[in-house]
Design a protein. Sequence first.
Length: 358
Amino acid sequence: MKQSSVNLWYNSVKKLLFKYRDGFYEMPVMSNSPIATVKSISKMPFVKHKPQKKYFESNNPFINAHVLYHQIEDGLWYMQSSATFKENINFVCKTNKTSPSDYFKLYLEITESKVKNKNAYLNGVSYINYSWILLKSEEGNAHTCFKGNETFSMIIFMHKNWIKENLYHDEVILQTSLKDFFKSRYEFIIVKEDQTTAEDFKVKSEQIFKLSLTTNNENVHQAWKEFISCFIYRFANKYQEQDLGVKLLEISTVNRIKIFNVEKYLVDNIYSSFMGIDVLAKKVGLSPTKMKSDFKLIYGETIFQYFRKKQLKMARQIIKKNPKKELKEISSQFGYSNHGKFSIAYRDYFGVLPSDEI
């Protein structure tokens, strides 16, 4: 009897399951389509799949995960997952070369990390706790999570034909350059979201799934359609708001990853003096001019402005949490040799002196 494409795929990757490499356990996932993803995960060891409830779970030495999924219409699926990571895990997309891979995935991910500077990564790029990710189902895409991470992911799977029929002529989408991304060679986009909005989507997602488990009528279908519309429009608006337009797509994937690494260096060295443009450029392998222009295109401000803002926000948290701590000690903690310069920078950004916050 001829094996299914999922069985063939699984037999080709099972030797890679939880293989330990460079500090991470690898978990291959078949990414050709949402149904292929569901079927491939359900074949994994330690996974309990309940097809009637469109649900699977796994509690093993590596991860504790719960996943719900739902097909809304042809070419449009939705998945909700929550996971606690017991080890460092690297999810790697492995496509079946004999099957089409025509889906885009739109994530809204909430990540909580119990370890400093251990947020999740996509293709080596760190992203913040509340982030949108628009991703093509490409071979080799890697989603990395660290031990201690807790994630809640909301994911829309959109077939390219569904996108053409539903988004290419949509007025909201046409006001952005998302259509250019769908047609481009670039693999992913990461967009920041605020905590309140992300948590609101989480609550709504859980409510609709709970409703769909008890009833299956036109009202539930309409609730899904409205949720998906709000989900996509919110992402499109944030994409436009953060000015991630056509120019962003002109930055090569390699250079975008280098710029994301610049941002990582800044965050990792937040308690130090600014390391300087030339040092950063040398670290990531870009010319200072190219690095500065691409960074501003992606983050909307200069490298130094971004670094100082991060420092001042962190300093404010420390001041409010430890009001008895000497301001001179706090300013020194962030690499300021002169307490007065720290106070001026703080006032220029927040409108008050740090001493007024105590």
